[in-house]
Write a protein of this length. Structure first.
Length: 143
C-alpha cells in the first residue's frame, strides 16, 4: 500500500468560525492549531500546509482557569539590553485579548517556515463581527 502525500497546490481550504465565548484559552488554542495544521483532514501531511482558515470571534470573552488570570504572564523581549517585558494575563485579556489568543495558537504550531505560513490563516477578533462573510465560513462547535 502506498502512502498518500498531499501536494501544496492541490489543497482545498475551507473557512471556519469559532466562538470563544466562555471557552478556556488553552483548549481553544489546541483545537484551532490542529485545524490550521490540517490534522482534522484525512489528507494530513506533516510537511505540507493542508490546513483551513479559522476565524475566532469574541476573544474578549475567553476564560482562564485556576489562578492563571493573576499568576500567568505574557513575556516578550524588545530587542534592547534588559528589554524583557512582562504583562499579566488579567491586563492582557482586558486590553489585547486578540493578541492573547493569537499567541496561544502560535505557540502550538511548528516553529519553522511552515508554522509561519500556517499562522497567517488565523483571524482573531474581539467582538462578534468579522469582515469575512464573503468567504461563507462554517460555524465550528469545538465543545
Amino acid at each position: 500500500m502506498k502512502t498518500y502525500m498531499a501536494k501544496a497546490e492541490a489543497v482545498e481550504r475551507k473557512w471556519y468560525v469559532v466562538d470563544a465565548n466562555g471557552v478556556p484559552l488553552g483548549r481553544l488554542a489546541s483545537k484551532v492549531a490542529a485545524i490550521l495544521r490540517g490534522k482534522n483532514k484525512p489528507t494530513f501531511t506533516p510537511n505540507v500546509d493542508t490546513g483551513d482558515y479559522v476565524i475566532v470571534v469574541n476573544s474578549d470573552k475567553v476564560v482562564l482557569t485556576g489562578k492563571k488570570l493573576t499568576d500567568k504572564y505574557y513575556r516578550y523581549h524588545t530587542g534592547y539590553i534588559g528589554g524583557l517585558k512582562e504583562v499579566a494575563y488579567k491586563k492582557m485579556i482586558a486590553e489585547k485579548s486578540d493578541l492573547a489568543v493569537y499567541e496561544a495558537v502560535r505557540g502550538m504550531l511548528p516553529k519553522n517556515s511552515l508554522g509561519r505560513d500556517m499562522i497567517t490563516k488565523l483571524k482573531v477578533y474581539k467582538g462578534a463581527e468579522h469582515p469575512h462573510a464573503a468567504q461563507k465560513p462554517e460555524e465550528l462547535k469545538l465543545f
